[in-house]
Design a protein around this ligand. Structure first.
Ligand SMILES: [Fe+2]
Ligand SMILES: [Fe+2]
Length: 293
């Protein structure tokens, strides 16, 4: 089992490296950056904003709704950029690090790092140019003493949560002709790279879980599962960003955050977007139940 899955991740890494080289792009030449975003477009599909389905949303006029979609796009792009900073640091540490990083995996990690670096550049330009800032990082507690394999498992589980949630938004926006052409293009570019990252995360996590989880004692496994469920919940809260509500001109942003988090429409959206990752984590043993999102 262990041997087979290792071969699979290596083989997949070779295929992914070939695809990354075929689809290589210069992030500085890939986009034109207009002075302003299109005035007659949303930046994000209204149905996936954090206020959709709440009475706050129905109280906004068309221009406020459009402004909110720009600030929520900046929230998504800032959160992704902040996650990518950690991702690049962790991926760099894994390069040429001995037995785990086979030559095939190491080669793919170079592409992974290159692509995440380009994403940070494009998201950084977008946020600075159209919202005037990058929304700051939220600090998450990570485990201190790791059981064997736990550091890698938690690293790729976090990566997968951030990448899979972000990818849902990218795919919705790139398909939605009500949305601004530049945002749709950035979403498309990100989605193409992320599809490869997510297939790597899945293969590697499956392999690591099969190898290490059977060696952990019960409390270690339970702690890990509780920590992961907690991260998935806290990560969702970062989408409901009071600073973005304020930048969109919405009063009482902290009150609005509470209303939005409590909305049944929003709870259903969070569950829908998380469903694939939850199912996968349950299947490979990283979660033992559906987390409260
Ligand atoms: Fe990315
Ligand atoms: Fe990625």
């Amino acid at each position: 089992m262990k041997g087979n899955t290792l071969v699979n991740t290596n083989q997949l890494s070779e295929r992914l490296s070939t695809l990354s080289r075929d689809q290589f792009y210069d992030v500085y030449k890939r986009f034109d950056w207009p002075t302003e975003l299109a005035h007659d477009s949303f930046a994000m599909s209204p149905e996936i904003t954090t206020l959709y389905g709440t009475n706050v949303w129905s109280s906004l006029n068309d221009e406020q709704k459009r402004k909110l979609t720009i600030c929520e796009t900046a929230t998504l792009f800032s959160n992704t950029l902040n996650g990518e900073k950690l991702l690049v640091a962790g991926l760099s540490k894994q390069l040429y690090s001995g037995a785990r990083a086979t030559p095939e995996i190491t080669e793919y990690l170079h592409h992974f790092i290159d692509e995440e670096n380009k994403h940070m550049i494009m998201f950084g330009i977008f946020c600075n140019k159209y919202v005037g800032r990058i929304y700051p990082d939220k600090k998450f507690a990570t485990a201190k003493d790791y059981a064997p394999g736990e550091e890698l498992l938690s690293f790729y589980a976090l990566a997968m949560v951030v990448e899979a949630y972000g990818d849902y938004y990218n795919v919705q926006v790139m398909k939605d002709d009500r949305c601004d052409p530049l945002v749709r293009d950035i979403s498309r570019v990100h989605h193409l790279d992320e599809a490869r990252h997510l297939s790597f995360d899945r293969a590697y996590l499956r392999e690591l879980a099969a190898e290490y989880l059977p060696t952990w004692d019960e409390p270690t496994l339970t702690n890990f599962q509780q920590w992961l469920a907690g991260f998935m919940r806290v990560n969702w809260v970062t989408f409901y960003n009071p600073a973005a509500y304020r930048d969109a001109g919405i009063p009482e942003p902290y009150e609005v955050q509470k209303i939005a988090l409590a909305s049944p429409t929003q709870a259903a959206l969070r569950e829908k977007i998380s469903a694939g990752v939850v199912k996968f984590f349950q299947k490979i043993g990283l979660l033992n139940a559906k987390p409260d999102l």
